[in-house]
Ligand binder design. Structure first.
Ligand SMILES: [Zn+2]
Length: 592
């Protein structure tokens, strides 16, 4: 199987003359659309023409940007790709100003005039949600005379802090047993089967953060400080309000979700303490054993070839609908997937849409673990989501973060439940643990991140937070979420330096969408269990609609009320069931 993906759907090479032609076309389109907004033409005609131009512009930017970024993701030092990426980034400023100009134009229209234009045009009806949101955005724009300056200042402000943070993270070395390791390698040891390795790696990791804690704290202060300035310029009450606005979500939904999560923390703590017992800890799980594998005897964990992974995915996900199996097979055979780790390739996994040809590209670092098979199911879920949106105007495909993980979590859950069939108790305990590890991160740890970020933003309103304050706030947040599930002696006061999510400018609270995604995906899966094959077309339509409405409305279209605590309870209950089973099997093992 060819393990490298095919990027010739974008361009033949970085010398391809089409690249220059596309840049020239993008420049011309931006100028043309700016002029169009000031032309005084009939509203409907103007908006139709704008929608067409915007569609073409987005396609061009998508092609140029994805070609550069996908190339860099497997070849980080590729100079032509870096240069192309920088050029695309610079083009974002005029593109972003054009976007704001459209919002100002729509904001200046009488609501009735906009409604009449939409009602009289099929094209405008197909992008009505986008037009309404763009009109609303006019209320959250900085004054036009300072907008460009804010964008330029940010490049050397929060954006530069964010880059520095990534450089610190990538270059600090961890002194592990006399060996100098990158941070990612030391953190990877958290999954080592040897308990002494996990503990030593954790202690070495904490010592390494000491070396970069001052600049890290400065980055976080700088980014949150700029965030607080920006919301004043944009007329938001808080960074959280801005985040909810950009997520198409409301406070009531967030509150309902957190209320249910807090109710289930005792169940998660029961899991953590029981896992601690299995590993010989009397006082809760130490942080360094959160990801410890639970091996059955001396047998090494089972590994899979790519061919086996391909067959499992086709067989198990194909049970949902045969179309899914055909789709996955197509992705494998047509080189949509970059499979294996190699020199210069980034870690992790992701899926990127390639809408100009209605395809996707998936990056993974497959080494044969069960987790790698699950990652493929996850990323191919994103690809399926893209497929369900095929044919829609691009402006209607921007699913907000909370809904972006629906299809990926759904696939993961399908696969996990299938793999539990026909295994013995020891294997089942291991499978449950790997699912519960993940759920604990996404519910309990994410809640601690939400608390921490809230506290940092509050503090930053009056002063720059010191390293000690940040460490204490993180420990407080872990106490409130993990409670006695974690050993108080071994927590992680530097998680704020570890997670990059806090450092993304203009994207505050990049945490609760994960919890939403997991619990919503599980809730949708529960509907499938209840309704069976009839649910398939409903599910595909739900995915198609993810960028076409507010989150609560999209969910309501499949009968889910995300503003009710009960919906979230029902998702959490499925996790609690797994916890109950885990505890029972663990007790069996403890009794020997
Ligand atoms: Zn994902």
């Amino acid at each position: 199987m060819n393990g490298n993906w095919d990027l010739t759907v974008f361009y033949q090479s970085f010398e391809d003359p089409q690249i220059e032609r596309d840049f020239a076309r993008a420049d011309a389109l931006i100028a043309q659309l700016q002029a169009l907004l000031g032309s005084g033409r009939d509203t409907a005609v103007l908006l139709e023409e704008f929608a067409d131009g915007e569609e073409e512009l987005e396609r061009i930017f998508g092609k140029l940007g994805s070609y550069a970024q996908l190339t860099l993701s497997t070849d980080a030092a590729n100079r032509p790709a870096m240069q192309l990426n920088d050029r695309v980034m610079l083009q974002q400023i005029p593109a972003s100003l054009l976007d704001s100009a459209l919002s100002r134009y729509l904001g200046g229209l009488e609501e009735k005039a906009l409604e009449a234009a939409i009602a009289g045009s099929e094209k405008l009806r197909s992008v009505a949600f986008w037009l309404h949101r763009q009109r609303e955005a006019a209320r959250h724009l900085p004054a036009p005379e300072i907008e460009e300056w804010l964008l330029l200042m940010s490049m050397d402000g929060a954006d530069a802090f964010s880059t520095l943070r990534d450089q610190l993270d990538a270059t600090v070395t961890v002194d592990y047993r006399g060996e100098q390791l990158p941070l990612s390698a030391a953190r990877g040891k958290a999954e080592d089967p040897d308990p002494a390795v996990r503990r030593d790696a954790y202690l070495a990791e904490l010592a390494a953060y000491k070396k970069i804690e001052i600049p890290m704290a400065a980055c976080l202060n700088g980014i949150k400080g700029q965030g607080l300035t920006m919301i004043r310029a944009e007329g938001f009450d808080s960074i959280l309000a801005e985040s909810l606005y950009r997520s198409n979500m409301d406070q009531q939904t967030l509150d309902a979700m957190w209320t249910a999560c807090r109710e289930y923390f005792p169940a998660f703590r029961r899991y953590l303490r029981k896992k601690g017992e299995l590993l010989g800890h009397a006082n809760g799980l130490p942080f360094y054993d959160l990801f410890a594998p639970l091996q059955a005897g001396d047998s090494p964990a089972k590994t899979y070839t790519v061919e086996e992974a391909h067959d499992i995915l086709l067989r198990e996900l194909g049970k949902f609908t045969p179309e899914m199996a055909d789709f996955i097979d197509h992705a494998f055979k047509n080189r949509w997937i970059d499979l294996f780790p190699r020199e210069g390739k980034g870690g992790g996994a992701f899926c990127a849409g390639v809408p100009h040809v209605e395809q996707s590209r998936v990056l993974t670092n497959f080494t044969g673990s069960l987790g790698d098979v699950s990652t493929l199911a996850h990323e191919l879920g994103h690809a399926w989501h893209n497929r369900c949106m095929a044919g829609l105007p691009l402006c209607m495909r921007n699913e907000p973060m909370p809904l972006a993980e629906t299809a990926s979590i759904f696939n993961e859950t399908l696969l996990a439940n299938a793999l539990r069939q026909g295994v013995d108790h020891d294997q089942l305990l291991g499978l449950l643990d790997s699912d519960l590890q993940n759920a604990t991160q996404v519910v309990v740890d994410i809640y601690s991140r939400f608390l921490f970020e809230s506290a940092v933003i509050e503090g930053k309103k009056t002063h720059n937070l010191s390293v000690d304050e940040m460490k204490q706030l993180m420990l407080d947040a872990q106490e409130q979420s993990y409670g006695d599930g974690l050993d108080p002696e071994y927590r992680h006061p530097y998680m704020w330096a570890c997670k990059s999510h806090y450092y993304i400018p203009s994207l505050g609270f990049y945490n609760y969408p994960y919890a939403f995604g997991l619990l919503f995906g599980k809730g949708v899966y529960a509907q499938y269990l209840e309704k069976g094959a009839d649910f398939v077309p409903v599910y595909n339509q739900l995915l198609r609609a993810c960028g076409s409405g507010m989150v609560a409305d999209v969910a309501a279209s499949v009968g889910i009320d995300v503003r009710s605590v009960d919906f979230w309870r029902s998702s959490l209950k499925t996790i609690e069931k797994d916890i109950d089973l885990f505890v029972r099997l663990a007790d069996e093992r403890l009794k020997g």
